[in-house]
Ligand binder design. Structure first.
Ligand code: PMV
Length: 370
């Protein structure tokens, strides 16, 4: 897929200031992406559920740039406060997109962004943040130039752009569930963008909850960029990539059949494989905490006692995601409150579930850029 287009430049005195706003959710990988190459291309395919409550709401204000400079003219506010670190990261991202969107140099931007979850929750905001920004950019292209051919082309391009910001963000532009990376099981899949697999989900999985137990709210001790990099020297990397690709095929079958039991076994093995890869890298990282294991052990016990299909997964951190169907939500939440919250920092968990995907919102266009 080639999106480079030197024709996308503006006659700036014909452009009016405006704003575009998208709310985009986070996602949780069921089969994990860990290891990349080239320009943000995955070493293996991955599949995720799109979440609902954990989301980023981003407004992109734009106005014609007064004086054409070299770089990108952008400032960024997180929860109303200027953030030079995120502004710098966003400028780097926009610069990278200049071959696709040369007009980004011709505008001044103010990005206003907020996360629905507390910044210090230890929840990665890159998937929701980068996908929200990518969606704003494709909408901006449509506002300034022409609409893309159809909504499929719109989301594919948003996913492509999001991927350049953060790999897992490519999957957040679709509701329910998505696959990113070339997979034999999905005809139109690609390493360059994610595709929706919403129509393949058995109804039971459409009702799934994901309760995120905040075992620790500390920032990750390793960035995902460094983590992916360590895979290049990891002796288990080549067989892992083969395994992950096979597992995407298997996961898709289980999602389609509504097989919650085998789904759960595969889900948990994926989580532990991700952490085993980190523990077998040099330098190694132990991102799980003692309380992560306490929660897992209690969950195993609960499952043996009740037979309920509630299973865990982990991201690149200590927090435990509990996935289960809506039919047992009341009982599982009682179990969480009664037995698992003592192992969570400040006795906190975030209740989330499989969601419908990003939403474009009305932007307040009266606020000007500087
Ligand atoms: O998108 P990145 O570069 O932050 O990598 C995310 C990797 C995992 O969250 C650990 C797994 C995944 O597939 O989302």
């Amino acid at each position: 897929m080639k999106y480079d287009n030197s024709g996308l430049t503006l006659v700036t005195d014909e452009v009016e200031a405006g704003a575009i706003r998208w709310r985009s959710p986070s996602n949780i990988a069921l089969v994990k992406y860990w290891g990349k190459h080239g320009d943000q291309l995955p070493r293996n395919a991955s599949v995720s559920f799109t979440l609902d409550a954990a989301a980023t709401d981003t407004t992109l204000h734009y106005t014609p740039r007064q004086q054409l400079g070299e770089g990108i003219d952008l400032e960024l506010y997180l929860d109303g406060n200027p953030r030079v670190d995120f502004a710098e990261r966003t400028r780097t991202f926009f610069s990278k997109l200049l071959p696709i969107y040369p007009f980004l140099r011709q505008l001044s931007f103010r990005v206003e962004t907020q996360n629905s979850f507390p910044h210090s929750a230890g929840i990665a905001s890159s998937a929701s943040g980068m996908s929200a920004l990518a969606l704003c950019l494709v909408s901006l292209e449509e506002a300034l130039f022409e609409p893309l051919t159809d909504r499929g082309a719109f989301y594919r391009k948003a996913s492509f752009l999001a991927r350049l910001g953060s790999g897992s963000a490519s999957r957040s532009v679709y509701g329910s569930a998505a696959v990113w990376g070339k997979s034999e099981a999905v005809a139109d899949s690609s390493d360059e963008y994610a595709v929706s697999i919403a129509d393949r989900l058995h109804p039971v999985f459409q009702t799934y909850h994901d309760d995120i137990l905040l075992v620790s709210r500390e920032e990750k001790s390793v960035s995902s960029r460094a983590g992916h990099g360590l895979m290049e020297q990891n002796p288990y990397a080549p067989p892992r990539y083969d395994q992950a690709n096979r597992r995407v095929t298997e996961m898709l079958r289980l999602l389609m059949e509504g097989d919650t039991e085998n789904f759960g076994q595969l889900l948990e093995s994926e989580a532990l494989t991700l952490h085993a890869l980190m523990m077998s890298s040099r330098p190694y990282y132990t991102l799980i905490e003692p309380n992560t294991l306490h929660v897992i052990k209690l969950l195993q016990h609960y499952r043996r006692e009740t037979g309920h299909p509630v299973h865990f997964t982990l991201d690149a951190g200590p927090n435990v995601h509990l996935l289960y169907p809506d039919a047992i939500a009341g009982e599982v939440k009682d179990f969480i409150r009664g037995h698992l919250l003592p192992y969570c920092e400040d006795k906190l968990y975030l209740a989330d579930r499989v969601g419908k995907g990003p939403q474009q919102l009305a932007a307040n266009t009266t606020t000007s850029v500087r």
